[in-house]
Structures are given as structure tokens and as C-alpha cells.
Design a protein around this ligand. Structure first.
Ligand SMILES: [Zn+2]
Length: 337
């Protein structure tokens, strides 16, 4: 019998993990909890029936659905492994509140629209709670704006319901539209990587802020920032925009390139979405490059992702390469002076 250690298998394709296992094998969730092969197999079957066979799934989600142990989600939400007793209870309480009572509209669309299965709700609610575990007030305010998360079974469905690009946020409907595979895309390695969900969430928070303040248009701001946080955000952003404008004018990097890709300098909304995602995915590089902007976000969410996560380097490496090659800058409509 082999016991498959969580850290070794959490990121692996559950179907392949199942196929490679012997009948008597077990999968470990944590030192006091493991599940057997039949239980694991039932979990794989249930997910395929819920989401369609085309949606590949990490073993960590099967372990969570079959054991209901929150620690099985630490692969997706590394903050879980770091939170202490009261912090963990706080996470669990918020998660249960937003998951069970359906206060958020999370739908799954294939041939029809229906309430999203647990695997999908877990990814949406777990990410929201991980961002705002110390800001339940922001979560509560966000909820009052009645956001809709529309998760589509495949690309055809995504296009049919109005999805464009690799993921999108419809500001008028206050609706995120995403293919289900993209919810799980960044988790095929031990450390979480790309997260279209976090990017679109940045746009959605911007949309929530517009609704909460009765603004006419999104301006690239997060809900319920205090004056000090807003000042840090604006001054840190100004420095990044200045780096970008200098690059635009000169065509090469003069003293420093911005951390973000030219894509995020197109508008204030893209800037927020891009830097919001990088804050969670490459916090170490972000903090070293732009300490004021980073500190503003740490103050806003009331915790520092660097304490529980290592950087996903994909964005930073790709962006640095873009500027180092002297590629043509994109047009920018950012209004900060
Ligand atoms: Zn965007």
C-alpha cells in the first residue's frame, strides 16, 4: 500500500493519480486524515458528472470534496496553512457563511443555467475569503452590490453567453464570466500560478466601488479604502505610471521599468486588475519593486501574502522581458497625473 502524501499529489490531475494507484492505496489529507481509493474514485466521478469530463481537476479538490477537511484546500489557498487557531476559525466561518447561504450568485452554465456545484463555489468563495479574511466589512459591502459569477462549462458556452477574451467582467451586469477550466488553470504546480479569477475580481471590486459610491464610471479603485490607503495606492501607482510613460517616450528602459505589462496601463481599471492579481501571486517581487503601492494594499487587506506564499514568477519575468526587448509600448488612458 502506498500513502500518497498531500504535498506530492495535491496539484496532480486526479484522474491520472487514480489510474496510477493500486486498490489498497490511500491519499493523505493531513496526518490524521486520509481517504481510500474507492472514496477517491467516487469523488472523481462526481466532479466529472457535475462539471463535464472535459474539466481536468487537481487531486486537492477531490480530497476536499470527499473529506470536507478545510486543510485539503491549502493547495488552492495557501493562507489556510498559515492561519493560526482564531484566524483559521475566522476563515472557516466566513467561508461557511458565503458558501452555504448562497449570498452570492454563482451559476454554472452548460446547456442551462443552474446553481454552481460545490467545486466551483469553493473556488469562488475560497478566493474571496482568502483575500478578505481580515476585512469582512469589505466582503459584506461587496455582497450588497449583488455580483454574479457565471462559470461556463466550455468555450462554446462562454462565447454564447457573451464572454470575450480569456475571461471577462461585464460592468453593466456586474457579472464575471469565466470558463470553468480557467478557475483551475493556475494550480497544476505546487505553487499557485496564473489567476484569471483574481484579475477579473479586481475589475469586479472596481465595479462594486462604483456602485457603492454611486459613481458614473469605474475609476480603478477598491471598495472601502481609507484615506491613508488611498493615498498610498495613488502615489505608488503614480510612480509606476511615470515609469511606463518614460518608457513610452524613450522606447527603452531608462532607470526602471514598471512591474506590470503594458496591458495593465491601458486604463485605470486594467491597472487595478493587473496589480491586484500580482499582489497575490508575486508579492515578494511586488514589494521589492514598489514598496509604497504594496504597503497600501497590505494595509487595505490587513495581512501580507508574503508570509505564506512564494512568488509565481511568470508575470514578472515576462513583463521584464517585454521592456528589455524594447517592444513598442501600448496606448494608455490612465488619468493619474
Ligand atoms: Zn482586465
Amino acid at each position: 500500500m502506498t500513502i500518497h502524501a498531500y504535498r506530492d499529489v495535491a496539484h496532480l490531475d486526479a484522474t491520472k493519480s487514480l489510474r496510477a494507484a493500486a486498490q489498497e492505496d490511500r491519499w493523505e489529507v493531513h496526518p490524521h486524515c486520509s481517504i481510500d481509493r474507492d472514496t477517491f474514485r467516487l469523488g472523481v466521478t462526481a466532479i466529472q458528472s457535475d462539471l463535464g469530463e472535459g474539466c481536468a481537476m487537481q487531486a486537492a479538490m477531490v480530497l476536499y470534496l470527499q473529506s470536507k477537511e478545510l486543510s485539503a484546500l491549502r493547495h488552492f489557498f495557501p493562507i489556510i496553512g498559515w492561519l493560526d487557531g482564531p484566524g483559521r476559525e475566522r476563515w472557516a466561518h466566513l467561508y461557511a457563511t458565503y458558501l452555504v447561504d448562497f449570498p452570492l450568485r454563482i451559476e454554472f452554465i452548460d446547456r442551462e443555467r443552474r446553481p454552481a456545484p460545490l467545486a466551483v463555489r469553493t473556488m469562488v468563495v475560497g478566493q474571496l475569503v482568502s483575500c478578505f479574511v481580515y476585512r469582512p466589512d469589505v466582503l459584506a459591502a461587496f455582497r450588497t452590490t449583488q455580483p454574479t459569477f457565471s462559470i461556463c462549462a466550455d468555450n462554446r458556452t462562454y462565447t454564447r453567453v457573451g464572454g470575450v477574451g480569456g475571461g471577462c467582467y461585464d460592468e453593466t451586469a456586474h457579472q464575471m464570466i469565466l470558463e470553468v477550466s480557467r478557475l483551475f488553470e493556475g494550480y497544476w504546480q505546487p505553487t499557485p500560478g496564473v489567476s484569471p479569477f483574481l484579475h477579473e475580481l479586481g475589475h469586479m471590486l472596481d465595479g462594486a466601488q462604483r456602485r457603492l459610491t454611486h459613481g458614473h464610471a469605474c475609476v480603478g479603485e477598491l471598495p472601502a479604502m481609507d484615506d491613508v490607503q488611498r493615498l498610498a495606492w495613488q502615489s505608488g501607482k503614480r510612480v509606476e505610471v511615470q515609469h511606463y510613460r518614460r518608457y513610452q517616450e524613450v522606447g527603452i528602459v531608462v532607470d526602471s521599468a514598471p512591474l506590470g505589462h503594458p496591458y495593465v496601463f491601458q486604463t485605470d481599471g486594467e491597472f487595478l486588475a493587473g496589480y491586484w492579481e500580482m499582489f497575490w501571486r508575486n508579492p515578494h517581487a511586488f514589494a521589492a519593486h514598489s514598496p509604497v503601492l504594496y504597503a497600501g494594499l497590505v494595509s487595505y487587506v490587513e495581512h501580507d501574502p508574503r508570509v505564506y506564499t512564494t512568488d509565481y514568477s511568470g508575470y514578472v519575468t515576462g513583463n521584464r522581458a517585454f521592456y528589455a526587448r524594447g517592444e513598442r509600448a501600448w496606448a494608455s488612458q490612465i488619468r493619474i497625473s
